[in-house]
Design a protein around this ligand. Structure first.
Ligand code: PLP
Length: 444
């Protein structure tokens, strides 16, 4: 990292990152000419890699036609087409798409629509939300209230909404007891969720919110089999909504367009973002069931929410072309195939590594967790900042990956998240694991 300071307020106020000056498929090009293999697309964003010609052409075409028109006056062709493509066939009953600028906005919209739905249904008492510890739903205050990541919440705790409570995550590596079967673990989590509904009063709960595969805060954690069926049943039985946050794990990342397809359930409201536009434009969306939208339509007639850049035509045009490309080029098949290869390579490289405790994921969405002691699943001391050392070593070795730190309570260790572009070749996957292996070993 360069020491020189610039006027941009960067994430770190002590270090200025090098400039990225170009991109080419799975590669990012730094200002000094170095080519960096992008193994995580930032935070699982760049699903088509960089500078995909189809998407660049679609953006240029839309820019030359119409860059912006306020949604208070107009709709646009790309927004209508994108919505038709996403929900025209009503997947899982989701019939409407509300386009925003990113993941946090999609979560804010989801929370507010759930609340407004119950007001319009004549159930104004429903104002509580149940979420999970170790989840991440975004950094705006509503989304942060839903999130369960203690470190991110701590400085802002006085500003966060007390309407959110948190239950145990479906994180088998740390939460399942040694003497417990997977089914027993699921039953215990379901009982805890049921107890939380009872504690709050079931008729006060608007929704349960969860990531089908937890991304940033825990490092690619899919739930054990049957967990989401239990969750869906509990929400339905109590008349509460199920909001699924697929901002990171959605839009093909796990091998199906929506991660919930693999759980045999569907949500009432869903948030998507990163893989929707693949980073070509800032865009996210809330997908909502027809029942919810019809209730509001037949009630007040309008969703009491909005932003200046709703359904931005350029962003929708970019996302539309990203989604067309994924289906025209059958990239979900590639996600499955390369995903199996990535899993295999990670097991070969780290399966017997004395400091890798867990290898987990789905599709092209994988995480490894680093532990000081494998037998006891004991994370490294967070003060060692192992994840940052891995990030620096990887970058020096020409690899951009997404490491995150462990927690002081030991409920999560340092981990590295991988989310390669769907266009990655078999050689790219091998190179990712090779470079990651070298970085982990040199950082330890
Ligand atoms: N939800 C999940 C699951 C995420 O992973 C993220 C971002 O990492 C968000 C919400 C917030 O999205 P954004 O950073 O686009 O606001």
């Amino acid at each position: 990292m360069a020491a020189t300071r610039t006027r941009v307020m960067h994430r770190s106020l002590r270090e200025t990152p090098p400039k990225a000056v170009g991109g080419e498929g799975v590669w990012l090009i730094a200002e000094d000419g170095r080519r960096i293999l992008d193994s995580s697309g930032g935070a699982a964003v760049s699903c088509l890699g960089h500078q995909h010609p189809r998407v660049l052409a679609a953006i240029a075409k839309q820019a030359s036609t119409l860059a912006y028109a306020h949604t208070g006056f107009f709709s646009s062709e790309p927004a209508e087409e994108l919505a038709e493509r996403l929900v025209g066939h009503e997947p899982g009953g989701l019939g409407y798409a509300y386009f925003v600028s990113g993941g946090s906005e999609a979560i804010e919209a989801s929370i507010k629509l759930a609340r407004q739905y119950f007001i319009e249904r004549g159930e104004p008492k429903r104002a509580r939300f149940i979420a999970r510890r170790q989840s991440y739903h975004g950094n705006t205050l509503g989304a942060l209230s839903a999130g369960g990541n203690a470190w991110r919440r701590e400085p802002y705790a006085p500003l966060l909404s007390p309407s959110f409570s948190h239950v145990t995550p479906a994180f088998a590596y740390h939460e399942k007891r040694d003497d417990e079967s997977e089914a027993g673990f699921v039953a215990r989590l379901a009982a805890e969720l049921e107890a939380e509904f009872q504690r709050l009063g079931p008729d006060t709960v608007a929704a349960f919110i969860a990531e089908p595969v937890v991304g940033a805060t825990a490092g690619c954690v899919p739930a054990p089999e049957g967990y989401f069926k239990e969750v869906r049943e509990i929400c339905t039985r109590h008349g509460a909504l199920l909001i699924l946050d697929e901002v990171m794990c959605g839009m093909g990342r796990t091998g199906t367009l929506h991660a919930w397809e693999q759980e045999g359930i569907s949500p009432d409201i869903q948030a998507i973002a990163k893989g929707l536009g693949g980073g070509y434009q800032p865009i996210g969306a809330m997908l909502a069931s027809g029942t919810i939208v019809d209730t509001v339509r037949n009630g007040s007639g309008a969703f009491q929410h909005g932003h200046t850049y709703l359904a931005h035509p350029l962003a929708c045009a970019a996302a539309l072309e990203v989604q067309r490309t994924i289906s025209d080029e059958k990239l979900l098949d590639k996600v499955k195939e390369r995903g199996r290869q990535l899993e295999q390579r990670l097991i070969e490289r780290f399966g017997n590594h004395r400091h890798v405790g867990d290898i987990r994921g789905r599709g092209l969405f994988w995480g490894i967790e680093l532990v000081a002691d494998r037998a006891r699943r004991q994370p490294f001391d967070p003060k060692l900042k192992l994840h940052q050392r891995i990030k620096s070593a990887a970058f020096a070795g020409g690899l951009a990956c997404y490491p995150s730190g462990g927690t002081a309570d030991g409920q999560r260790g340092d981990h590295v998240l991988l989310a390669p572009p769907y266009i990655a070749t078999s050689g790219d996957i091998d190179m990712i694991v090779e470079r990651l292996g070298a970085a982990v070993d040199s950082a330890l």
